[in-house]
Every structure is written in C-alpha cells, then in structure tokens.
Write a protein that binds this ligand. Structure first.
Ligand code: DLL
Length: 439
C-alpha cells in the first residue's frame, strides 16, 4: 500500500514465505518436544498414536498429531495442561464459557511478550501509532480483552484510557474530553455507545475518533458498514481466543479485507469438522491453531469451532503472513430448524439490508405443537411507529422476505421500538433457545 509506515515489530509480517515456513518448522519442533515432555495428556495421546516428537520433520507432519479441544482444558482444570511450573507463570486469565467450570490459561513472562508483540503488530497494521489516544472498553479482569489490548496499545506508545466495559455515559464523556482517537470494544457494545452518544447530543463524527478495534464476537460486513457510517470511523476486525493467547491472534489491516494471522506465533490449519481431514487453503472449514512460541500452555492443534477459510490471494498491504476470512459463525452457533441449518450471521446479513432496521436484534427459538419456530425481535426507527400501519407492514414484509429468501424458511418478525432489546457490555447474546420450555 502506498505511503505505508511500517512499525519495526511488523517486519515479521512481511518476511519471505520460505523463511517464514522454515522458522515455523523450527518452532513447531521445539513446541512439540516441550509439550510432549511436560504435558501428560498430550504425551499419552501421542504415545497412543505411536508418534514421537522426532516424527515432525516438516510442517505437514502436523497432521500426524492429535487435536486438542476445549473440554481438555475443562477436564484438567485448572492447571493440568500447564507445561511449566506455576512459579514461572506470571499471569492467569480465564474464560467462563456458557456452562460448567471456566477454563484457566497461564502466561510466562515470555508468553506475555509474545502476546504484546502480536497485539502491537495488529494495531500498527490498522494504522495506529504512538500519539493515538486509545480507549479500551473491553472488560478488564479474567477476560483477555481488556488487559490484552491494553498492553498492545501501551507498547505501541499510545495514551491508554483503561475504561473497561460499562458506565456508558462516562465512556462518551471520556471519549469526548480526552480526545480519544481509537476505541476498542465489542462491535455490539460500540453500537450501544453510538446510541447513547446520540441521546446525549454528542455527534461522534465530530470527535477526533477515527478507528475502532472490534472483535470478541462474530459480526458481519453489513454491521461494519453501519458502524463506519454512523460513527465516521474505520472499523477493524480483531480476532483471538483465550486458549491460544487472547486478542491479537489475527487482525484486519488497513486494506480491511480479511484478518492476517500472526502465524510465526500461531500456526493455522483448516480442517473438515466432520472428519478432521486438513483442507487446502481457500476451502471453508474449522480453524485449528498450534501455538509456536508459548511456553506456559502450548496448544497443539486446538480446534476453535470457528468456521472460515484461509485466503489464497495476496493482500494489497503486502504482508506475507496469511489471512483468514472474517469469522461470521461458529460450528456450535448453528441451530437446525425444520431440517435447515441456520447461523445467526445469515439472519444479520439479511436484515441489515433493510432500511429503517436498527442493528439490534435477537433470535428466539420456540416450539409449539412439536414444531420449531424462529422469531426475530428487531428494533426499527422510532419514526416508523408514528407512520401509518401500511408503512409498518411494508417494512415487516421486507424483513421477512429478506430472511426467508436467505434461509428458505418462514420466520415470525416482531418489530420493536428503539431500546427494547437488552444491550450487552461485552459479547452480545443473539440467540435465546426457549424450545425446552415450550416443548
Ligand atoms: O474473545 C478474545 C478477544 C478479546 C478477541 C477482544 C478480540 C477482542 P474468548 O472469550 O476466549 O476470547 O472467545 C473466543 O470469540 O473462538 C470466536 O468464536 C469469538 N471471536 C473472537 N474474536 C472474533 C472476531 C476473546 N473478530 C471466541 N470475529 C472465538 C468473530 C470472534 N468471532
């Protein structure tokens, strides 16, 4: 890209591919040995397959290694997958998930440096730099979002405003008074901030705010466009997960066309989720990561359940590290309605195309007389409620049609006035499954 200023930490992003592959292999061999020597669960699985660390001679030998999954962390809670003594672990984070015990992850000092390096490269790739004033509105605490993004901005030399989540009016005040140029939070929380700003008479487009670093939940390009136009900013997609490190496993660049994976630290594969077979770049499947530089919890072939593909075209920014397509869905997000597989992101894409629709919705699954129904609660412009009934019916028909032509099933649409659906300060809960209640 023309006039691109490259941050020194970003040099790795532009490494010749052959050199990168050699570095990955060397790091993979070290990681497999370290994990085999120190994590009993991994050693047992390798032994059961008759595979030794020395059998990893090239990158494609990764396919010989066993997968790991979220329940491995849960079953060995809290420290069973740690590969170093606890005295070498300087930080813990945890992810609660929806059910049961949380999973606990740990970091050595070196691991925190790895994380910081990935975060700096992520932020620099979005055109952020020393001198930016960055408000971090991801939750601080056991969640990796707040502290992870914080350390990246700090290392970049930005002025960090550690706002954490919540207290939305104060967030707007800080943004305005402190001259914030970049905000980091979930896309759904940022939408809530934009509504609150409007209610407070603050026009975000008149503030110095120019970029948002949004992630931690699936969102669509249609949602990104809405955010960019309402706030007058560039909205960048950042990806990560606690098990692999936290935010900064991958991130969009200024080209905003997919997310670059910092693959000298996190090696990506795409597999067929049914068979476990490795798929070639370009084919859609489940994203799997192997960490190449982390010591406290090295992860071998961790199945993320996130569905995407690795892009095969070269990014216009010139980075040689590979990109994944935006992650719109997880394999466990899917629900089946009358035999049709449905992902919430398909509904989001369809409804965002309809004018008068606000980007706030909830999908409710119900059951009556043994049949499953999808109900979509969606907020629409206040003015619509002052309109005539025909006007409202026209919008309802447009929404129904948009969803039905995407999914091929009928849904029940409820149009609600603004501020009817509960807002979240972190990850939005899009689907409420009430089928057990009214079976
Ligand atoms: O959400 C880490 C994070 C914090 C990422 C802040 C970005 C920004 P977990 O709580 O462990 O970690 O949740 C990880 O969230 O497997 C995806 O399903 C989802 N996710 C994260 N980022 C994105 C994204 C953090 N940009 C899980 N797009 C992942 C879609 C995302 N899904």
């Amino acid at each position: 890209m023309a006039n691109q200023v490259i941050h020194p930490a970003s040099a790795m992003d532009f490494m010749p591919v052959e050199k990168l592959r050699a570095l990955q292999l060397e790091r993979l061999q070290q990681t497999v040995k370290h994990t085999y020597d120190n994590v009993p669960l991994f050693r047992q699985r390798m032994d059961a397959r008759g595979v030794k660390p020395e059998d990893v001679r090239e990158l494609k030998d990764l396919a010989k290694l066993p997968f790991s999954i979220k329940t491995d962390l849960r079953d060995t809670y809290p420290y069973g997958l740690f590969a170093v003594p606890l005295k070498d672990v300087v930080r813990l984070h945890a992810s609660s998930g929806t059910t049961g015990k949380p999973i606990v992850v740990g970091y050595t000092k070196g691991d925190l440096e790895v994380w910081e390096n990935a975060m700096v490269r992520a932020l620099a790739g979005c055109g952020l730099h020393a001198g930016d004033v960055a408000q971090v509105s991801y939750g601080y605490g056991l969640f990796t979002g707040g502290l992870g993004v914080h350390q990246g901005f700090q290392a970049l030399g930005a002025t960090v405003v550690p706002a954490s989540g919540g207290n939305t009016e104060r967030q707007i005040m800080l943004m305005k008074d402190c001259g914030v140029t970049c905000i980091a939070c979930t896309p759904s929380y940022f939408l809530h901030l934009t509504e609150k700003a409007q209610a407070m008479g603050v026009d975000l487009r008149e503030l110095p705010l120019r970029a948002g670093i949004f992630g931690a939940e699936p969102w669509t390009n249609e949602m990104r466009e809405r955010i960019e136009s309402v706030a007058g900013i560039k909205a960048y997609d950042i990806y990560g997960l606690s098990e692999i490190c936290g935010p900064g496993v991958g991130c969009a660049c200024e080209a905003q066309d997919g997310l670059h994976i910092f693959e000298d630290h996190f090696y990506p594969e795409i597999i067929n989720p049914e068979t476990g077979e490795v798929l070639p770049d370009g084919e859609e499947g489940e994203l799997v990561f192997t960490t190449l530089t982390k010591r406290a919890i090295p992860m071998i072939r961790y199945r993320t359940r996130d569905i995407t593909h690795i892009r095969t075209d070269v990014c216009s920014c010139g980075r040689t590290i590979r990109r994944i397509a935006q992650i719109g869905r997880r394999s466990d997000d899917m629900f089946i309605i009358r035999g049709v597989n449905v992902f919430p992101s398909q509904i989001e894409t369809a409804i965002m195309k309809v004018e008068s629709v606000l980007p706030v919705y909830q999908i409710i699954l119900t059951r009556s007389h043994g049949l499953d129904n999808v109900e979509v609660n969606i907020e629409v412009n206040e003015s619509l409620f002052h309109d005539n009934v025909a006007g409202m019916e026209e919008v309802r028909a447009k929404i129904s049609h948009a969803i039905e032509s995407t999914l091929g099933i009928r849904v029940i649409v409820h149009m609600l006035p603004p501020n009817s659906i509960p807002r979240s300060e972190g990850k939005a809960k899009r689907v409420l499954d009430k089928r057990d209640l009214n079976a």
